[in-house]
Design a protein around this ligand. Structure first.
Ligand SMILES: [Zn+2]
Length: 227
């Protein structure tokens, strides 16, 4: 994967501030850490914020705030038992997760192909990651080239970070590294670009709400599935 520097959609200033302060829920911090892997602009911003924080709180905390926040996040990720059963290291070994952003490698140690995937619509599959946040679902989504996910809204915030490929909806086109935050009022119907499968990280705070007739039937039964 090329860590493209063309990222156009970024976490806002408040999120970056809270990230640096270490006050974000882990799953949200994870999404930002993944974005930072692609985005030199936000990395610079985070560096600046943490230097500023260091100056403001210099006497109290000699460790740059952001580095500490990131280290704590990685430590937390290390504490989570890998999804793959211990001892069942696949033949491809630990190199399999190399194409993924650093912050995701512990969660997907054997690579994307070895995850448990569930079909969720035509050309769309989902794999819930064992992140350990009881209030948020952390998952990878893959939309086959040219396929579309079902139209949906959300009962809460949904963060999507594109890892590979691209998708678009009525508001724009999102490429590798783009960070898209949708609130409960937004309804969208993501379509993958025609030339490549699109792989995304999703962090959901509430179950999706499907549109149309299917939604009216299915919505009461949709639940979050944190792992
Ligand atoms: Zn950015």
């Amino acid at each position: 994967m090329s860590m493209a520097t063309m990222t156009r959609y970024h976490p806002d200033q408040f999120l970056l501030n809270d990230y640096v302060a270490g006050s974000l829920p882990g799953a949200v911090a994870l999404a930002i850490a993944v974005h930072l892997d692609y985005c030199p602009q936000c990395r610079a911003e985070v560096g600046q914020l943490s230097r500023l924080g260091g100056e403001l709180f210099g006497g109290l905390d000699p460790v740059p705030v952001a580095e500490d926040a990131f280290a704590r996040l990685l430590q937390r990720l290390d504490d989570i038992p890998p999804a793959a059963a211990a001892g069942a290291v696949p033949a491809r070994g630990h190199g399999a997760s190399q194409g993924l952003p650093r912050a995701l490698r512990t969660l997907v140690p054997a690579g994307v192909d070895q995850l448990d995937w569930q079909r969720s619509g035509r050309g769309v599959r989902t794999s819930r990651l064992r992140f350990g946040d009881p209030r948020r679902e952390v998952a990878l989504y893959q939309i086959r080239a040219g396929a579309h996910a079902i139209e949906h809204g959300h009962g809460g915030n949904e963060i999507t970070v594109v890892l590979n490929g691209a998708f678009s909806d009525h508001e724009g086109c999102y490429r590798a590294g783009d960070f898209v935050l949708r609130g409960s009022a937004d309804v969208h119907r993501p379509v993958a670009a025609p030339d490549a499968d699109c792989l995304c990280l999703g962090v959901l705070e509430a179950p999706v709400r499907l549109g149309g007739l299917i939604g009216r039937i299915a919505n009461p039964f949709l639940r979050l599935h944190p792992r």
